[in-house]
Design a protein around this ligand. Structure first.
Ligand code: THU
Length: 134
């Protein structure tokens, strides 16, 4: 028996609500914030393909809409052969609200997990400091 994991449970449950008729690839994401609250998101595809949004983007939008901006942990899950990594755009979105040390757990519905961090997902990240000139 594995340990209880509310972040995993939340990501797995919201994944069921994904709208993915084009890829048939449902993704769920859960974010825990500094307020110890969990926000969830799923991918929402569109017949105009580029208009689709990722699960991570949905969870981030829910967090910000609720007035929070500090990510402390991320969980992403899909029915994939190996744990599903956030896409490039979502790595940048996560970096906007989470420190480099924030854990990101990538998972499959079968129970495989890979643990990484925001910094490891986005080395050499573009940040506000790059726009500073002294
Ligand atoms: N997708 C996510 O929602 N998150 C990821 O981390 C990887 C990809 C979605 C986007 C699209 O709806 C489907 O997975 C296939 O790319």
């Amino acid at each position: 028996m594995s340990l209880p994991n509310p972040l995993r449970d939340a990501a797995k449950a919201v994944r069921e609500n994904a709208h993915a008729p084009y890829s048939n690839f449902k993704v769920g994401a859960a974010i825990r914030t500094s307020n110890d609250t969990v926000y969830v998101g799923c991918n929402v595809e569109n017949v105009a393909y580029p208009e689709g949004t990722c699960a991570e983007a949905g969870a981030i939008a829910a967090m910000v809409a609720a007035g929070e901006k500090e990510i402390e942990a991320v969980y992403v899950i899909a029915d994939s052969p190996s744990p599903v990594p956030p896409c490039g755009g979502c790595r940048q979105k996560l970096a906007e609200f989470g420190a480099g040390s924030v854990p990101v757990i990538m998972a499959t519905v079968d129970g495989a997990e890979t643990h990484t961090t925001i910094a490891d997902l986005l080395p050499g990240a573009f940040g506000a400091d790059h726009m500073e000139r002294t």
